[in-house]
Design a protein around this ligand. Structure first.
Ligand SMILES: [Zn+2]
Length: 342
């Protein structure tokens, strides 16, 4: 009898440990709280390359857009910006994931911008064919939304969107992968037309992690189009109301300040966490990292922070950036005059 009792007690302990472990496994780590920095501040959220979420971890993509909706009021989120490479293989299953993720934003009326990256075209970008992107994120998805400005030609490859806070009026100009001459001319005229808007330019391939302009965006894939140095020379540097350029594509992070022809500061910010590997399986995912830009007009400052919706506490790609999310690679502030009229 003692023997049997000992065995069943052993089983009971085993069972309790198993239950406790499975409960711990089910409790997902929560993302750290991001505090609103001032009653008058507002936020813009950056969604860096989501390609591995569309491919393997759809729930992470869904959680990212849900986080934006959940924090819309507390952080006064005015806009969300996708940096391109929405999918990894440009196949319908992955577009369906992205579509579902962004329907969450549609449902809560959160304004957002999209652009195609090289992975959103056939063979990782060897053909400039964005028909799948346009099937899911074409102009008709956005027509009727008051924050949607419009697009070049019949596709949504190059588009512009608006957001406002008090008397501050912004325009986000999203440019196709390695923009063609036509796209640069279109954007030039558009930004001329909206001289009274503070402009953020978004294009998937722009900055290297060393802070240079990436020259081979087009040539790397045998595409007709322009490298970042031409985009800078012919477009960005020519307009004093452009104050920020956002890009992904190059795994890593960088914040570089350049001066446009009029002496205006242009903040070039590279964000791409796609090579972050999940601790459990070691497969590239991105670990749910996004960026939050908090604009504080009272102190003329923009505060950048990085947050993982998967609740991951550190970075793993040690050769690319510091592991601590509080390090200046991932969390930094800079001056931007929001008091003087432009
Ligand atoms: Zn890319």
């Amino acid at each position: 009898m003692n023997y049997i009792r000992r065995i069943s007690r052993g089983w009971l302990i085993f069972l309790i440990i198993a239950v406790v472990l499975s409960i711990i496994g089910c409790i997902k780590a929560k993302p750290q709280l991001i505090k609103k920095i001032s009653p008058d501040s507002f936020a813009v959220v950056i969604l860096p390359d989501t390609q591995f979420y569309s491919k393997r971890y759809p729930d992470t993509y869904y959680e990212q857009t849900q986080w934006i909706v959940d924090n819309k009021d507390t952080l006064n989120i005015k806009f969300a910006i996708h940096l391109g490479d929405i999918t990894h293989d440009n196949i319908p299953e992955q577009w369906e994931v992205a579509d579902k993720a962004h329907r969450t934003l549609d449902g809560a009326d959160v304004p957002y911008s999209m652009i195609p990256g090289n992975h959103d075209m056939p063979e990782m970008g060897r053909f400039r064919d964005t028909s799948r992107y346009n099937k899911y994120f074409g102009p008709e998805r956005f027509l009727g939304k008051k924050w949607y400005g419009g697009h070049m030609g019949i596709t949504n490859d190059n588009n512009y969107t608006f957001f406002e806070w008090t008397n501050l009026r912004f325009m986000v100009v999203s440019l196709e992968y390695a923009p063609t001459d036509e796209a640069l001319t279109w954007a030039y005229k558009l930004i001329e037309q909206y001289k009274d808007r503070r402009v953020i330019v978004v294009t998937h391939c722009f900055q290297t992690k060393g802070g240079r302009h990436k020259k081979d965006c087009a040539t790397a894939y045998n595409l007709e189009g322009n490298g970042a140095h031409t985009v800078w020379q012919e477009l960005i540097s020519k307009h004093r109301n452009i104050f920020m350029v956002l890009s992904g594509h190059v795994t890593g992070v960088k914040h570089k300040i350049r001066r446009g022809d009029a002496g205006n500061e242009v903040h070039e910010i590279l964000t791409d966490y796609q090579d972050e590997r999940a601790e459990l399986d070691g497969i590239k995912s991105g670990n749910g990292w996004m960026r939050i830009l908090q604009f504080n007009p009272n102190e003329n400052k923009i505060h950048v922070s990085s947050l993982s919706v998967d609740g991951v506490k550190r970075f793993y790609e040690t050769d690319r950036y510091n592991r601590d999310p509080a390090h200046s690679d991932h969390a930094f502030s800079f001056h931007y005059d929001m008091k003087t009229r432009i």
